[in-house]
Design a protein around this ligand. Structure first.
Ligand code: NAP
Length: 319
């Protein structure tokens, strides 16, 4: 098969479409013939040498894919060769074939290519807004980076839960985010979000980390929950515990990729039970900015690095 390899840590130009050995399914795994994968922010970090794959994971980038099952490993039940699936991966999505533990498979009720961009955002958003953030109908959620893959999914999911949704994004993305259901969009480039949000956010889904911590604490409502999933604004800063104590607030910081397989399986099951019905009913739809041939993954990384996209940039095999 062919896969995108990272020749050495560096810029997009180090991504190279190369012939590599086919994967073999281990017990409990299936082989998926990949239709498409999607670019995630973490892939840019991995390419630059800052986010190595966890032990045992494929060395090729790609945290999700869609495709068709072409082989079953020992002991696999409940799935058949020919099933259309999408999958949460610890790596290896930028390839023509990938081995996937069955617990990380989801059925595909929509267009197969578009489904490639769903597993990572659905699993990240559901696990952080529901079990961790405990977001409930009638509450207010602040979602930073509304135009991202994560943000475009989180806006729709939080609306479907019955929450009031405020999000941050640069102005060129506002109309698209309102169309997805956001009640208010704040242009973080010329407005301090805390002025609009002080004491109002029951839950905050944050991708900036250190640079937003103090202002996020100010934006939290009493009993608020700040859930940090990204560190685009740095990892080290001071935390004023008094601000948390005064509001009886909490801060959680989570990562999906490094979770053990049992936890990933629980999250995928939660997504299948609570998110997939919303996809089937059309309450949530995949937001695809554009598709790029997989062998041109370097071009896709350039687009994402410049934040030109809204939603997901997909990498399509054989396009
Ligand atoms: N912990 C986890 O398990 C997990 C899983 C998946 C993703 N993530 C993280 O979630 C984040 C989004 O991932 P993605 O793949 O969806 O990213 P993405 O599509 O590449 O989007 C990144 C976004 O960051 C926004 N942004 C940049 N500076 C900002 C600021 N100061 N305030 C608000 N937004 C800002 C950009 O929007 P503008 O164009 O509006 O600037 C852009 O939409 C990343 O940090 C990623 O590492 C974490």
């Amino acid at each position: 098969m062919h896969a995108i390899i990272i020749r050495e840590p560096g810029g997009p130009e180090v991504l190279t479409w190369t012939e590599v050995p086919d994967p073999e399914p281990r017990p409990g795994e299936v082989i998926v013939d990949v239709a498409a994968s999607a670019v995630n922010r973490a892939d840019l970090l991995q390419r630059a040498g800052g986010y190595p794959p966890p032990a045992g994971a494929s060395p090729y980038p790609g945290l999700e894919c869609s495709g068709t099952i072409s082989a079953l490993g020992e002991g696999v039940t409940g799935w058949r060769v020919g099933d259309r699936v999408c999958a949460l991966l610890a790596g290896g999505g930028y390839a023509e074939k990938v081995a996937v533990p069955v617990e990380q498979l989801l059925p595909v009720p929509i267009d197969l290519t578009e489904a490639a961009g769903l597993p990572e955002v659905a699993c990240t958003v559901w696990s952080n807004l529901v079990p961790v953030g405990r977001l409930r109908a009638g509450e207010t959620v602040l979602i930073h980076g509304g135009g991202s893959g994560i943000g475009t999914f989180a806006i729709q999911f939080a609306k479907a839960l019955g929450a009031r949704v405020i999000t941050t994004a640069r102005r060129t993305k506002h109309a698209a985010l309102i169309a997805l259901g956001a009640d208010q969009v704040i242009d973080y480039t010329d407005e301090d979000f805390v002025e609009a949000m002080i004491g109002k956010a029951d839950v905050i889904l944050d991708i900036q980390g250190a640079s937003y911590l103090d202002r996020n604490l100010q934006a939290l409502a009493p009993n608020g929950r700040l859930v940090i999933i990204g560190m685009q604004g740095g990892r080290r800063t001071e935390l004023d515990l008094g601000k948390l104590m005064a509001k009886r607030a909490s801060v959680a910081v989570t990562a999906l990729r490094s979770r053990p397989p049992e936890e990933k399986a629980q999250i995928v099951q939660g997504v299948r039970d609570e998110v997939w019905p919303l996809l089937e009913s059309g309450a949530i739809r995949p937001v695809v900015d554009r598709t790029v041939p997989m062998d041109q993954a370097a071009h896709a990384h350039e687009i994402v690095a410049q934040n030109l996209h809204i939603g997901k940039v997909l990498l399509v095999v054989g396009q």
